[in-house]
Design a protein around this ligand. Sequence first.
Ligand SMILES: Nc1nc2c(ncn2[C@@H]2O[C@H](COP(=O)(O)OP(=O)(O)OP(=O)(O)O)[C@@H](O)[C@H]2O)c(=O)[nH]1
Ligand SMILES: [Mg+2]
Length: 410
Amino acid sequence: MEASNILVGVVGKTNVGKSTFFSAATELSVAIENRPFTTIEPNIGVGYVRKKCVHVKLGLPRCDASNSVCLDGDRMIPVKMMDVAGLVPGAHKGRGLGNKFLDDLRKADVLLLVVDASGSTDPDGNPVKPGAYDPADEVEQMLREIDEWMFSIISKDWDRFAKYVDTGGVLDVAGAIAERMSGLSVRKKHVVEALEKAGLSDKPLSRWSVDELRTFTRVLRETAKPIVIVANKVDIPEAEDGIKSLRRRFPNYPVIPTSAAAELALRRAAKAGLVKYKPGDPSFEVVDESRLSPRERAVLDLIRNRVLERWGSTGVQQAINKAVLEVLDMIAVYPVEDPNKFTDKQGRVLPDVLLVPRGTTARELAYKIHTDLGRTFLYAINALTKQRVGENYVLKDDDVIKIVAAASRG
Ligand SMILES: Nc1nc2c(ncn2[C@@H]2O[C@H](COP(=O)(O)OP(=O)(O)OP(=O)(O)O)[C@@H](O)[C@H]2O)c(=O)[nH]1
Ligand SMILES: [Mg+2]
């Protein structure tokens, strides 16, 4: 069973650490270099949301995680991730690599906007001395580029579409807009919300000014492509001021202090058996001091002092969790066959976990597992309480659920 269809997109200015972040999160090796435009083709991989495994809550000694991984009581739930080429201001006018590559992110549900919090790259991504630039300006420039990209998609053929909706007797205007933008993973609820926020719910589309269409685009971006600001390079002391500036100028965006390079180094050290470290941990443990080279020791000391003790973590896991669990508001649900033993047909304990939007009902879950299961749904059993629940039961985070369907009887 696939754990989720969520796609997390990694975007931002060139040379700020997007691929480093992606590599740390997915453990794939990709090209990383200190120069602009290292990445050209998108990198696609699997990262993980980290969440306490429900087997711990249930007091079970262990589980048999199958579509996910259980690391000593922490469920690592896969989500798709994509790292794309870097932007520069004016990309929508063709500067740098342009903005066409953002099309690869059309299906993204949430964007991680990686910025250089240390201010050590100029607007074109060239290395400069730390503190030379304000990362809040970088965020502003990047949001503008993302908006220009969306505007170019939305405004294409807009007049014809607007006339068709206004004169063609289309009753469901939001639905028509959503359908037109389904390629951008825009859903009707996003459109309804954006129309309301932009104050355009009742205005015929053909009477919108260009400015109104731009406002609508920006608001739609905020709802359909929500953004978490990954304030990277916090291992560099100048990032201290950068974080303050970001939080001051963008109070409505989550800002996660991050050191992607530190996370990458820790994961590699853990893989090599040099340290004990789980992604997202506030600290690590050296396995055997005598096995560390002086250089390795220096790097680990730096990570401990400048990143973990100062910021609490490397931020990579926190950014993914923030994006999926808080911004997208996903909850974890564990489907089982036997609600008493919490096992599947093969007797595996809590093998699968699914990420579903909060508000998902038992029947909707059944549909996600299998269309037949949804169609022939009879009732569900909440394995935590052993109670029978109906099709409209709204799932809660960490629910363990057995679905009983006509097709599965006998
Ligand atoms: N100090 C520091 N450097 C970092 C960090 N993350 C990445 N870097 C460095 O930043 C440079 C660029 O990293 P990449 O991951 O290639 O950046 P990118 O954003 O993917 O760049 P493009 O693909 O060229 O747009 C490399 O030298 C990295 O080692 C970090 O957390 N701290
Ligand atoms: Mg890159």
